[in-house]
Ligand binder design. Structure first.
Ligand code: NDP
Length: 323
């Protein structure tokens, strides 16, 4: 048997149950991975509450690191004994071991340990595609990063800084502001009510070419109003609730703006893209340009406590769950 955190119904953290489930067997193209560490992500909360739908009962989680222990037929990407990590659908990572499509696994270089890998694969590959593909951040640009002391946020700040950008981070507390500054944010706005005025002041009225907004409902309009003409609104998360319907005409009136709602699954659908993104992440982490801050660690069976902390905005940086 395998131990896993399952939900049988959507709800609060109390619906997470630590249960025995049958150990899965890998089918064709699949690998069995014994997990060393599991990553905690805000998307796990969306699946638990029912904002994102899944068949039930379900094992939550989209990210982990570990060792390949068995292979189905026809697997060429990995071998038994390989150290690997992944950040992908379908959910099922909150378990001591799981079966997963082998073409979703990335082999870990020797200099990346299991805890760092589980902490960074999902948030770090997200940062990679946001900064390098959704909008290719250029040296000299000023950008806005919401939830700048969060998991994705701290990686975005460090990486954008390395690319030569000036980073305006948005956070909710002075402590988080300090952390964002330590990780490269040049300016930090505490609370989003002053965001537009602060962006105007910092940029001398020019405003910014791109805003990375993971907060959603509460910050959408402030983000839009922080953009320069032809600017790009990157709405990539819903921590405060979904944005809902958008008035397309408003994008024209506010300066021929662009709006995208990107997702990791699209950007890593091709294995070549997944491997390229992971390699860029390994490079910046290996060089020490981006340091992965694992600021919270919980036993996997206490996933409910970890999710409570994440939802209550008590976490900073990344969080891992240990089986
Ligand atoms: P974080 O560590 O960033 O935690 C969420 C943060 O959002 C909080 O710490 C808090 O920071 C901020 N926040 C603002 N309003 C609220 C609210 N009402 N409730 C809770 N938090 C709030 O999480 P992750 O790094 O795991 O994810 C960041 C975001 O990126 C999430 O929205 C996630 O869904 C999204 N994401 C999207 C991906 C994609 O491909 N589209 C992939 C990965 C993540 P503060 O207190 O400073 O405001």
């Amino acid at each position: 048997m395998t131990k896993a955190i399952r939900i049988h119904t959507p709800g609060g953290p109390e619906v997470l149950r630590w249960e025995d489930v049958p150990t899965p067997e890998p089918g064709p193209g699949e690998a069995l991975v014994r997990h060393a560490a599991v990553g905690l992500n805000f998307i796990d909360v969306y699946f638990r509450t029912g904002l994102y739908k899944t068949a039930l009962p379900a094992i939550l989680g989209m990210e982990a690191s570990g060792t390949v222990t068995a292979l189905g037929q026809g697997v060429t990407e990995v071998a038994v004994g390989d150290r690997v990590a992944y950040a992908t659908a379908p959910i099922g990572a909150y378990a001591t071991e799981r079966v997963i499509a082998a073409d979703r696994l990335v082999k870990l270089p020797d200099n990346i340990n299991f805890n760092t890998a589980a902490a960074m694969m999902l948030q770090g590959i997200t940062a990679q595609y946001l900064l390098r593909r959704t909008h290719r951040v250029q040296s000299g640009e000023t950008i806005v990063v919401h939830a700048a002391a969060g998991g994705v946020g701290l990686i975005l700040c460090q990486w954008a800084k390395y690319l030569g950008a000036t980073v305006i981070g948005v956070v909710s507390t002075p402590e988080k502001a300090e952390m964002a500054r330590t990780c490269g944010a040049d300016h930090v706005v505490v609370g989003h009510t002053d965001l537009v005025a602060e962006v105007k002041r910092i940029t001398g009225g020019a405003m910014v070419p791109v805003v990375y907004d993971s907060v959603g409902k509460d910050t959408f309009m402030a983000s839009i109003d922080s953009l320069a003409p032809l600017g790009l609104m990157v709405s990539y998360g819903n921590a405060s609730g979904p944005v809902g319907a958008v008035d397309v005409g408003m994008l024209g009136a506010k300066g021929s703006l662009f709006l995208t709602r990107p997702g990791l699954a699209t950007y890593t659908a091709k294995r070549a893209d997944l491997q390229h993104a992971a390699q860029e992440l390994f490079d910046v982490v290996g060089k020490g340009v981006v340091s992965i801050r694992v600021n919270q660690t919980f036993p996997l069976q206490d996933a409910a406590k970890a999710q409570e902390a994440l939802e209550a905005r008590r976490t900073t940086g990344s969080t891992i769950l240990l089986p």
